[in-house]
Design a protein around this ligand. Structure first.
Ligand SMILES: O=C(O)CCC(=O)C(=O)O
Ligand SMILES: [Fe+2]
Length: 356
């Protein structure tokens, strides 16, 4: 039988502890790393920041809505402050997940995303799928868990240690839901749609995934990426970034900009490509990536809000008329997600294949 071991990548954390140089499978194409291209430019302005409490109140909402509009038309992402999630909850969850990643490999592999040590599935601890032998791998490990619908959780894949992990993730899921609902209502208003119009697109079984990204320090951050360029496949992402270590970069007009670390537990919100389709291209899912550094590990936690897998994603009919015809074909959400991983492994965006 052919040797298929290339399909099963090593834990990057283990690699980082042993190698002096990243193995060749992790090296980004030479043209992308010439003259320090991975370093990223400084953003010409601070990341747009929106006060969620004001956005949702009648007083001050217009001013915040104007900032939201600007953020969506310019960068496609923004920070939210005053989101109502306790900083202590965020700190405790990040501390618990750090503790999980620090456990010996064998303990983490109990929650592996490889069925029988081979077959890749989305949920669990491990890495993104390796589809071809020459695919460039990312310098990160991750734990990916479906947290909603609540009755579809696979608790066997939720770390049991530290013991606080499951309860904290549950609490955090509930808190984030309120933030996501508020933001999507404000976005619907910007599109002059009914407040719940975007939320209604999720269907009965809209799902939420939590993705804990763990980027070990890398001896050659100039040669590898923590996560390759991509747009998130979901409707909306709430990203809790590392408070101390920057790494996220966003592509705008051909330039990669570094997003600074934030210290106040603000959440970074970005549009996903499902919402790019639903809004008929009015909102754009920004292309982003993460870089590593040689001194410090970095962690982030993304909450991805996606449409019911059995439902179709399409431009919202109320946004279409003769002058604004649909710009994207409709697609079943499960096919869209499967397509995302196919394209992701080739460093391409699935949404391009749906343009009319
Ligand atoms: O770690 C980050 O800052 C970005 C993570 C990310 O883009 C993702 O999980 O989709
Ligand atoms: Fe992302």
């Amino acid at each position: 039988m052919a040797d298929e071991s290339w399909r099963v990548p090593s834990s990057v954390q283990e690699l980082a502890a042993t190698v002096q140089e990243p193995p060749s499978r992790y090296l980004v194409p030479e043209q992308d790393r010439l003259s320090d291209q991975l370093a990223g430019a400084e953003m010409p302005e601070p990341v747009p920041t929106i006060d969620l409490r004001r956005l949702l109140m009648s007083d001050g909402a217009d001013e915040e809505a104007a900032k939201l509009r600007y953020a969506l038309q310019s960068w496609g992402f923004f920070l939210v402050t005053d989101h109502g999630i306790e900083a202590s909850l965020m700190d405790a969850l990040i501390a618990a997940s750090r503790e999980f990643f620090r456990k010996p490999l064998q303990e983490k592999q109990v929650y592996s995303n490889l069925i029988g040590g081979k077959q890749w599935q989305l949920q669990g601890y491990g890495n993104d799928p390796v589809k071809t032998q020459d695919q460039i791998l990312d310098w990160s490990d991750r734990l990916h868990l479906r947290v909603e619908p609540e009755d579809e959780r696979n608790l066997d894949l939720w770390p049991g240690h530290p013991e606080s992990f499951r309860g904290l993730l549950h609490e955090y899921t509930l808190s984030c839901k309120r933030v996501k609902d508020g933001i999507l209502r404000a976005m619907a208003r910007l599109l002059e749609l009914d407040d719940d119009c975007i939320l209604n697109q999720f269907g009965d079984k809209g799902c939420t995934h939590a993705r804990f990204n763990y980027y070990p320090a890398c001896p050659r951050p100039d040669l590898v990426l923590g996560i390759r360029p991509h747009s998130d496949v979901c409707v909306l992402t709430l990203l809790l970034m590392d408070q101390h270590v920057a790494g996220l970069q966003v592509l705008r007009d051909g330039t990669w900009y570094s997003v600074p670390a934030v210290h106040n537990r603000a959440l970074l919100v970005n549009v996903g490509v499902s919402l790019e389709i639903m809004s008929n291209g009015i909102f754009k899912g920004p292309v982003h990536r993460a870089v590593t550094n040689s001194e410090k590990e970095r962690m982030s936690l993304a909450m991805f809000y996606s449409v019911d897998l059995g439902k179709e994603i399409e431009p919202i009919p109320e946004l279409l008329d003769e002058k604004q015809p649909a710009r994207y074909k409709k697609i079943k959400c499960s096919d869209f997600v499967a397509g995302h991983y196919e394209y992701f492994s080739k460093r391409e965006r699935v949404i391009e294949s749906l343009k009319i």
